[in-house]
Design a binder for this molecule. Structure first.
Ligand code: ADP
Length: 481
């Protein structure tokens, strides 16, 4: 099966978020399952510099204002089509904006170009290559599906994965004339969105199937609360809507071999976590005692519920837990958490910043990780927590609800609990969960069972890739019909 993936980011070449992890991991995980995935990416400098042997497979005398070509390339074990269009992609800074973080004003043009090329390749532009399925990601490649629908590839099954519904790629109607689409596309069931052009909207409209990164989030985005204005359309498409949870890199995140840990361990040698715990106590200036250390590793934002945490900190300490917080983001939240640490010396420690190595040590040494997100399409830190025996305490939303088994009485006696869920996402419910956590932690048999159960959970890409494969097969059967 040949699948063309079209994406603005791919790990390890270019990454700003979880989208890159998915597009980088899927080709590898699917290769063993009979799927050949080739990925079309923009020729950002990082990518153009990464391959020596340039092999153009298609030329454009004029693509959105300049000359362009498509190269077939093998980089970092990935099979790529690289869109070399210097006037669009040869710029310093990030994939979407300059070094100061301001978006490029012609982003619509840049990602319309990427999508047009995706549509062309789907329609047979590269001789000898014909994908069976096209898989786009987020607004930046969503228009691929519109170019397919209004072009040569209307019969090729297509899929879009939504990693973040908050970014929709909405532009004024004035750009429509430059997209190269037929006039009929500027319609309610085409690319038109509230009088302008909606890139993600167009993709959701044209896709044969829509996926998002957890089953619960797939349901949540059908409601006005989570749908960010697209809930009406998503409801209309709900028969074709699926949720597939992301996996994690189980080699990088492996407590048995992780170089960032002071002491490596397995589910059978949990006592060997202790030196990591001591390292966390030292790094965060926490008292050394037996009370549970609950950690936070997060962007400090409203989405992540960090204001809820800030409201709950005194109560968390009062219930007998210590807090180790690593994060950066909103300055007001940083200040509130630093003030809490000053109020509760020895009980709360805060490190402001982004520190990959420390995040590993924390997962390997803390007892629990709290994630009070208001919404969470998938979430990764709870999956790392499971794998490291750092018991997750999560708001019951999105991927958090799908990946953690709450330690209610039934789950504890069946020995299947892996963490604590709470709802709604507020300080009262969070504190109730902390009370349950402190009680469970005081019972070593229950606690160890929860840690081991979490460590047994399959959080690898293999399971998720299998689900994508099943969906690809379903789409192919629809084509046959
Ligand atoms: P999101 O992508 O919405 O921020 P995820 O849970 O999907 O949330 O992924 C967050 C990733 O960023 C995880 O790998 C987490 O460990 C990492 N991370 C977040 N904040 C920090 C930080 N301050 N230091 C180190 N790693 C962090």
């Amino acid at each position: 099966m040949q699948v063309l993936s079209v994406t603005p980011e791919i790990f390890p070449l270019i990454k700003t978020g979880g989208l890159a992890d998915v597009t980088g991991a899927l080709p590898v995980a699917l290769a063993g399952k009979g799927v050949a995935m080739r990925t079309l990416v923009p020729g950002y400098p990082q990518i153009m510099d990464a391959f020596k042997k340039k092999k153009p497979v298609h030329h454009y005398p004029l693509l959105q204002g300049g000359k362009a070509s498509v190269h077939a390339a093998q980089i970092a074990g990935l099979d790529l089509f690289v869109l070399d269009a210097p006037h669009l992609f040869d710029r310093p800074g990030g994939p979407y904006g300059n070094a100061a973080g301001a978006d490029w004003p012609d982003n619509w043009r840049r990602f319309a170009a990427l999508s047009q090329v995706g549509g062309d390749i789907a329609g047979g532009a590269v001789s000898g290559y014909q994908p069976d399925i096209v898989h786009a990601h987020d607004w930046q490649s969503a228009m691929t599906l519109a170019y397919m629908r209004y072009g040569q590839a209307v019969g090729t099954p297509s899929m879009i994965t939504v990693h973040n519904l908050a970014f929709q790629g909405q532009f004024g109607a004035g750009i429509f004339g430059e997209l190269g689409l037929p006039a009929a596309a500027m319609a309610l069931d085409g690319v038109e969105y509230y009088g302008g052009v909606g890139f993600l909207k167009a993709g959701l409209q044209a896709a044969w199937a829509i996926t998002t990164v957890s089953p619960t989030y797939a349901q949540e985005i059908r409601s006005p609360e989570f749908g960010m204005g697209l809930d009406g359309l998503i409801n209309m498409r709900s028969v074709d809507l699926y949720g597939i949870v992301n996996g994690i890199d189980t080699e990088i995140w492996n407590p048995e071999t992780d170089k960032h840990l002071v002491s490596n361990y397995t589910a059978r040698t949990l006592k060997a976590r202790h030196p990591n715990r001591t390292a966390v106590e030292d790094r965060f200036n926490l008292d050394r005692d037996d009370s549970p250390i609950v950690c936070v590793i997060s962007r400090l934002t409203w989405q992540k519920g960090m204001d809820i945490l800030a409201t709950a900190v005194d109560g968390i300490v009062a219930r007998g837990a210590r807090l180790a917080i690593l994060g950066s983001g909103d300055a007001g939240l940083e200040g509130a958490l630093l003030a809490a640490a000053a109020r509760h010396r020895g009980r709360i420690g805060v490190v402001v910043g982004y520190d990959e190595a420390l995040s590993h040590t924390m997962q390997g040494g803390c007892d629990a990780i709290v994630i009070p997100s208001r919404f969470e399409p998938c979430g990764l830190t709870q999956l790392y927590g499971l794998r490291y025996g750092c018991v997750p305490v999560v708001a019951r939303t999105g991927g958090l609800a799908d990946t953690i088994i709450d330690a209610n009485e039934a789950a504890i006696s069946a020995g299947v609990a892996t963490g604590f869920q709470f709802a709604p996402a507020d300080a009262g419910a969070l504190l109730h969960a902390i009370r349950r956590l402190v009680a469970a932690h005081a019972n070593p048999a229950i606690w160890t069972s929860m840690q081991r159960q979490g460590m047994k959970a399959d959080v690898s890409w293999d399971k998720s890739a299998q689900k994508y494969l099943e969906l690809y097969r379903l789409l192919l059967s629809k084509r046959a019909v």
